[in-house]
Design a protein around this ligand. Structure first.
Ligand code: 13P
Length: 248
């Protein structure tokens, strides 16, 4: 069975002391919770603080983005080598906000996924369609194209470590959630596509849902057979709210 992964994407929120306050309050709320994996994605300035505090607990920590090169003249960026050096285990790649604001292309995402895997990080590859793309029936085309771009020349032997996060752009930060049925149907389509290209390993790969996941809709979403976890934005900023989602 696929162990679910419940992940908190804090985006550009929380200073190191705010992040530390969260972790202090959150760890007791999920102590002993082994049914699911839990991961926090703080901003880069809070990442070492969070990693230090969760060490030895049932909570992992990762970065919200990374560069594909190991080092170089890339002002403002962070490499997989640097992330693993501070103890990060996971990394988000291709979030729709990076695709929208930071010129994140499928080609760059592809290089980043490969770099993350080769350094032993667990990448959470984000894909998702815009509202108008869903409305005119292009969801499958968009997702297949994003997956094909991101996974071109992908090393199949690492496939079981790759996590896909399906985040419909129209559901991010809007309070609109894909219904459990729509999300399940889309996850199944993604898995079928992965199976076609990567083989049976697709059944071991986790596909998370993201987009306005809240304590009151988490259970209906996470009980769908092909939804293997959640990537939570706004509702992950408060310890009790994120703990309630973890314990859906
Ligand atoms: P919200 O949960 O705030 O909609 O954000 C989802 C998201 O973008 C997680 O990566």
């Amino acid at each position: 069975m696929r162990k679910k992964l419940i992940a908190a994407n804090w985006k550009m929120y929380k200073t190191p002391s705010e992040a530390l306050n969260f972790v202090e309050a959150f760890l007791p709320l999920v102590a002993g919770h082994t049914r699911d994996e839990i991961a926090l994605f703080p901003s880069i300035t809070s990442l070492p603080t969070v990693i230090h505090r969760v060490r030895g607990s049932n909570v992992a920590a990762g970065a919200q983005s990374m560069h594909w090169a190991d080092e170089g003249a890339y002002t403002g960026h962070t490499s997989a080598t640097m992330l693993t050096a501070v103890g990060a285990t996971h990394v988000l790649i291709g979030h729709s906000e990076n695709r929208q604001y930071d010129n994140e292309t499928d080609e760059r995402i592809n290089l980043k996924v490969k770099s993350a895997l080769s350094h032993g990080l667990i990448p959470l590859l984000c894909v998702g369609e815009q509202k108008d793309e869903r409305q005119c029936g292009k969801t499958e085309d968009v997702l297949v194209s994003q997956l094909a771009g991101a996974l071109a020349g992908f090393p199949k032997e690492h496939a079981d470590r790759l996590v896909i996060a399906y985040e419909p752009v129209w559901a991010i930060g809007t309070g609109l959630t894909a219904t459990p049925e729509t999300a399940e149907e889309t996850h199944l389509m993604i898995r079928t596509h992965l199976e076609k290209h990567l083989g049976d390993v697709a059944n071991e790969m986790r596909i998370l849902y993201g987009g306005s996941v809240k304590p009151d809709n988490a259970s209906a979403l996470l009980n769908q057979p092909n939804i293997d976890g959640a990537l939570v934005g706004g509702a992950s900023l408060k310890p009790d709210s994120f703990a309630a989602i973890v314990k859906y």
